[in-house]
Design a protein around this ligand. Structure first.
Ligand SMILES: *[C@@H]1O[C@H](CO)[C@@H](O)[C@H](O)[C@H]1NC(C)=O
Ligand SMILES: *[C@@H]1O[C@H](CO)[C@@H](O)[C@H](O)[C@H]1NC(C)=O
Ligand SMILES: *[C@@H]1O[C@H](CO)[C@@H](O)[C@H](O)[C@H]1NC(C)=O
Ligand SMILES: *[C@@H]1O[C@H](CO)[C@@H](O)[C@H](O)[C@H]1NC(C)=O
Length: 885
């Protein structure tokens, strides 16, 4: 019951959070160094991966410029062999990488792109014209491209996105992903570790009667990683859901598909050098071509023992032909062999399990197709444990989409809960308060989130302080070679005032408490800092004193609160809950409720919120201003491209129109409606204008404005329009005449019969539907219409096809309508009740006009306008609190 209650209040909490978000589709992106896969969750849209304009299910992670045209996907990737300096690929390898780190020097061995250092000491890439783009911006362009694809499928704007990241991504790298998302105009719903996403995908179609352990073995382009997960049934929900616990993660960032490509290219380069005695390494185009060929050869060698390769005019006008064998490739990778399986061994070790505990090893990632990797894994785990039961390319993005959908809570999805971990140990360090006397200040360092800590947890640090102070957060070890360890510097402010306040009110030994959160998406942040003091009350004072001053040798007392695995908002109960450390480290998140009732002592505890100033001492995330500037930069480019497209279209349309006119005016085409309906002088004028426009387009088409192009077309259309009008009128005339005559005919029939009936009714002294005057009025309308029609049809008969008509079909229709309505008005009248007088009858009738003229039917239907946020109002967030993620 308690659990249920807690769940309910959590749910209410979510409801109160959601309204700030607009409900809509959820986009998932699996952004790899080689390939982007994306998927859209939207009610009414079949759940699948997104296709690009060429119906490809995976899109190359590339962006390129050809002259001023921007390209994406395969077009961008392939451009490298012609414009190697303007085609950017594998930029994921540079995410958050310090300019002087090994990751960057590695990148320069695989790419011809020119690199530059940003003001944040990270990497930008430079186009041949000198334009520089931060890695975040290049990735944001690709996200925006995916956003557009998704929007064309969804038929509406898409804002919320979940993006997969490797589990080893440090906060620096996660920030780089979140920044790219924001620049692209999307909103980060969450980041999800890719192994976990694959596990979600695996659980989608399976249920687990008893707990099972599996290893997600992911061999991707940039790394190999192994994630040990436990699947078990969650009987607390109905129908039972699935819980996924990540138990251990290990990885190797130096081996993967990209490294294979690099080594294969090296084989090709050496083969060229040996054969042709020329140095090809400085030939950017040739190296880019060989990079592409290496990828192809790798794919061929996955299924064959040798691959032939031919590149015409590779460099120095030499056609390059060579053969690469699988054995050659594997020899070149000999030193990597041991690293293929090491992550499995380590991940098991981290999880405290052995291979015997593992039901299967689930392959995912493109490099699992490489035979030497398969052989190595098979040798370690045995063939029967290897499972190829998820789609190696798409499992991660589909799992991420499902997870994103469950976070957004607007979809009924299978209930799958994930409990992930973080792989880097996070420490807090701070200066010990100066002891009495003048001893040197001591730095105290304490681990707060050890490697393997559950994501989505909070810890409260307690300090005895009297002044503002700084807590530093850092990784215990370099998260990647050359990366800094210093993460955040957090200053807690307003301490003295708050403590003075508490003391004045009689508090004994007030303390400072800071709540540190490791979010679901893997971000560490200080979410709250307060001064806490027990207000003096004889019976309680001692008790409270005992609570806060215990363990004085180590000032810090981390206490752990496990929060909802999805996205709990912080609640003040965390900081108010008692300091009993025993409530910590519960394995199931639901066992600890953030809405636990206040302890009796809480009444006497008083808290005062403190200030938190965050600084990023090493690799800062982009500032709000930087992100805004980048977003404007990208948007300006979009606007420019759209304007260019409009101009292109205007130009093409004008050109097409001119050719059509030339055809119409052609001497050869005699007796066409156009010729019949036009006069020689009109054709001459049109021809003159046409030739003039042709000449103009030829001379100035390239520099013309869109408006000029449109004006030119308009001035031609003005000349053509009367001719078109004539033959349209000739075409429509018979039908219009038929219509007019039909209403004449119908009215006459009606009048004959109605008059006869009226006479009969008068004689029998019965009520009539009409009065004689009414019938006479209709007859008058009829006669007027008939005579008008006769006169003008006679006149029209004398008009030649190349002269303007004397009556317009629109006028004919309008006049026939007048007659029709007059007739309908009488015709629809109901038979009056015998006793009623004829005046009453006509009164009733007057309100019953033909439905076509009733005002209600002509009113346009009120449609509810769709609620969309203007793009420039998607908020950009400062990175001082990641509690949203
Ligand atoms: C793992 O396997 C060992 C040996 O077979 C067994 O003792 C242990 O209980 C298993 N652990 C789990 C979590 O299944
Ligand atoms: C102490 O803080 C409380 C609430 O924060 C405030 O109402 C009160 O005026 C303060 N007292 C002093 C003495 O500053
Ligand atoms: C005129 O209308 C009648 C009846 O609607 C139809 O049968 C006939 O084909 C029409 N003639 C022309 C020229 O439209
Ligand atoms: C004339 O009277 C006959 C017989 O009552 C009826 O069927 C017919 O509809 C009437 N005609 C008109 C035009 O009202």
């Amino acid at each position: 019951m308690r659990i249920l209650h807690a769940w309910k209040s959590l749910f209410l909490l979510f409801l109160s959070v959601i309204p700030t978000k607009v409900l809509g589709a959820v986009l998932a992106i699996d952004y790899g160094s080689d390939w982007i896969k994306a998927s859209l969750m939207k009610p009414g849209v079949p759940f699948d991966v997104l296709l690009n304009k060429d119906s490809k299910r995976k899109i190359q992670s590339s962006v390129a410029w050809k002259n001023s045209e921007r390209l994406f996907g395969g077009d961008a990737f392939n451009l490298a062999s012609r414009f190697p300096s303007d085609s950017f690929s594998s930029v994921k390898l540079l995410q958050a990488a310090p300019f002087d780190s090994p990751a960057v020097s590695y990148y320069t061995t695989i790419s011809a792109s020119k690199i530059a250092e940003t003001s944040r000491k990270t990497v930008a890439l430079e186009q041949s014209d000198g334009t520089q783009w931060a890695v975040e911006e290049l990735i944001a362009m690709q996200f925006a491209y995916i956003k557009n694809l998704a929007e064309s499928v969804a038929g509406e704007k898409v804002y919320d996105v979940i993006v997969t990241v490797p589990p080893y991504y440090s906060q620096f790298e996660r920030d780089a992903v979140a920044d790219a998302i924001e620049i692209s105009g999307l909103r980060t719903l969450a980041l999800i570790n890719d192994g976990t996403a694959v596990a979600v995908n695996y659980a989608m179609t399976r249920s687990f009667a008893s707990p099972e352990h599996h290893i997600i073995y992911d061999a991707g382009a940039s790394s190999i990683r192994a994630t040990v997960v436990q699947f078990s049934a969650d009987h607390k929900t109905s129908p039972p859901g699935t819980q996924i616990f990540v138990k251990g993660v290990a990885y190797d960032r130096t081996v993967g598909g990209t490294e294979f490509d690099r080594r294969l290219r090296e084989i090709l380069v050496q083969s060229f050098t040996t054969k042709h005695q020329r140095n090809i390494r400085n030939e950017k185009r040739a190296m880019a071509k060989l990079w592409r060929e290496a990828g192809r050869v790798k794919a061929i060698l996955s299924a064959n023992t040798e691959a032939m390769l031919t590149v015409e005019s590779l460099a120095f006008d030499i056609d390059f032909r060579t053969k690469v064998t699988r054995a050659q490739f594997e020899t070149a990778c000999e030193d990597l062999q041991g690293r293929f399986t090491q992550p499995i061994v380590q991940a098991l070790d981290n999880a405290g399990l052995t291979l015997d505990n593992i039901t299967s090893v689930i392959y995912t990632g493109g490099a699992t197709r490489t035979p030497m990797i398969q052989a190595a894994v098979k040798a370690l785990v045995g063939e029967d444990k290897i499972a190829m039961n998820v789609n190696a390319d798409e499992a991660a993005v589909l799992g991420a989409a499902l997870h994103g959908a469950s976070l957004s809570r607007q979809f009924k999805t299978k209930n799958i809960q994930t409990f992930d971990i973080s792989v880097h140990e996070v420490q807090a360090s701070y200066q010990a308060p100066a002891a009495s006397g003048s001893s040197k200040p001591r730095i105290i360092t304490t681990g707060i989130f050890p490697a393997g800590s559950k994501a989505g947890t909070k810890k409260t640090l307690t300090f005895k302080r009297t002044e503002d102070f700084i807590i530093n957060f850092n990784y215990k070890n370099e998260p990647a070679p050359g990366f800094p360890t210093h993460l955040l510097e957090t200053e807690i402010t307003g301490v003295a005032e708050a403590l003075a306040n508490l003391t004045e009110r009689g508090a004994v030994d007030p303390v400072v408490k800071a709540t540190v959160k490791l979010s679901e998406s893997g971000f560490v942040s200080v979410t709250e800092a307060v001064a806490v003091g027990g207000i003096k009350e004889e019976t309680l004072a001692g008790k409270i004193k005992g609570l806060f001053s215990g363990g004085s040798s180590s000032e810090i007392e981390p206490e752990e609160t496990t929060t909802d695995p999805l996205r709990a908002q912080d609640t003040s109960s965390t900081s108010e809950s008692s300091a009993s450390a025993s409530s910590s480290s519960s394995s199931a998140a639901s066992s600890s409720s953030p809405t636990a009732e206040k302890k009796p002592t809480a009444k006497e505890l008083s808290t005062i919120p403190l200030g938190i100033n965050v600084r990023f001492p090493s690799i800062p995330p982009m500032s709000v201003e930087e992100k805004k500037a980048s977003r404007s930069r990208l948007r300006a480019m979009d606007v420019e491209e759209a304007a260019k497209n409009r101009k292109e279209e205007a130009r093409n349309t004008l050109e097409g129109y001119l050719y059509r006119l030339r055809d119409l005016l052609d001497e050869e085409n005699r007796d066409t409606p156009f010729k019949q309906c036009s006069q020689p002088s009109e054709r001459a004028a049109l021809e003159e204008k046409m030739e003039e426009t042709f000449a103009w387009l030829h001379d100035r088409g390239d520099i013309a404005e869109t408006s000029q192009l449109l004006d030119k077309r308009t001035s031609l259309e003005v000349l053509e329009r009367p001719i078109i009008h004539r033959y349209q009128e000739i075409e429509q005339f018979p039908q219009a005449l038929n219509n007019s005559q039909m209403w004449n005919w119908n009215t006459r029939l009606f009048l004959t019969e109605a008059k006869r009936n009226l006479t009969a009714e008068e004689e029998a002294d019965l009520p009539s539907k009409w009065t004689r005057e009414e019938l006479e009025a209709l007859e008058k309308t009829l006669k007027e219409h008939e005579s008008w029609l006769n006169i003008w049809v006679e006149k029209q008969k004398k008009v030649k096809p190349n002269e303007d008509p004397v009556i317009e079909t629109t006028e004919m229709k309008a006049r026939a309508k007048v007659l029709e309505q007059h007739l309908q008005k009488l015709y629809r009248r109901k038979v009056p009740k015998p006793k009623k007088t004829s005046t009453t009858a006509s009164a009733t009738a007057s309100s019953e006009s033909a439905p076509t003229s009733s005002p209600s039917s002509s009113e346009p239907e009120q449609s509810i306008p769709q609620q969309e946020i203007p793009e420039d109002q998607i908020p950009i967030q400062p990175h001082d609190g990641h509690d949203e993620l």
